[in-house]
Design a protein around this ligand. Sequence first.
Ligand SMILES: Nc1ncnc2c1ncn2[C@@H]1O[C@H](COP(=O)(O)OP(=O)(O)OP(=O)(O)O)[C@@H](O)[C@H]1O
Ligand SMILES: [Mg+2]
Length: 341
Amino acid sequence: MRSFGARDIAVDLGTANTLVYVRGRGIVLDQPSVVALDVTTGTPLAVGHDAKRMAGRTPAHIQVIRPLKDGVIADFDVCEKMLRYFIEQVSGSRWAKPRMVICVPSGITGVEQRAVQEAAEYAGARKPAFIIEEPMAAAIGAGLPVQSPHGSMIVDVGGGTTEVAVISLGGMVAAQSARVGGDVLDDSITQYVKKEYGVALGDSTAEEVKVALGSAWPLADEMYAEIRGRDLVTGLPKTVTVGSVEIREALEEPISSIIDAIKSTLDRTPPELAADIMGEGIVLAGGGALLRGLDQRLANETGMPIRIATDPLYAVARGSGQALEEFEVLRGVLFSSGDQY
Ligand SMILES: Nc1ncnc2c1ncn2[C@@H]1O[C@H](COP(=O)(O)OP(=O)(O)OP(=O)(O)O)[C@@H](O)[C@H]1O
Ligand SMILES: [Mg+2]
């Protein structure tokens, strides 16, 4: 078998953020999955952070697009352009085609998976692009012993999806992918502020409110913040003071869906593996793991110990990168279309 060369890369193509790991170097790129397009010509004007900063602030001829939704590709062309841009940033050459491992949510259809593979290949990856399922990558990245005959449970709360999986002997024994994550939390805040205060919030403001005030469990010191939006009646800018208790209420429904996904996966876990998880605890990864009190809430609802992975936003990229570094050992956790290899 051919071995992986120096420019091999692993890509965590996330709904909110795309991360690129280069073999031998580690994570070299971490950018929002956002593209600003000139609608008259279809060319990207900005990608990543620069594009995200434009969101909600554009004139008519510029459109800010997030090409992924709920963990899957919603706009293929834009996604391919974004990936191409990121790959060029890290590989430094338009001509050399890197080998690539790319992540997909566990619950996606064959068609959706094929779309990710094709986007990677069109964007410059050598064929075939290898696929790794996000919860497997997150578990490896969080340092869980995925190859051993020992049950580990990983919960990756991303922007688009929450991936829950019980892993043993290099495979997923029970798994669930729920299309609820940070984006739905942001929407719940937007809906709440609209209903209670008659104020419209921009997407990035809702996300800032979530990070500043959001929680899933009562806080020792509840907080307040002034948030700015547009009064829906007068159309003028308006500032309202909102508290962490209200925001927690606003987030209750999606948080419950996340918890239900975890509980129903636990329900389907064989007893021996459940006992292992009881010992080692459930590990949280993804940006959503940073929501205040999510660990306490989960501990309370499941009776299991909970641990947050180190740098939870990096777990999937680190794990896919490790699959590249230890390709021979971890080959079993990767998929390819199989035909060309
Ligand atoms: N401190 C925080 N508190 C709450 N949420 C946070 C925090 N920091 C980041 N997030 C949220 O985490 C999400 C991004 O996480 P992540 O990068 O893991 O998602 P993703 O991998 O792009 O999405 P997916 O895996 O669903 O495709 C965003 O919704 C962001 O608002
Ligand atoms: Mg993710």
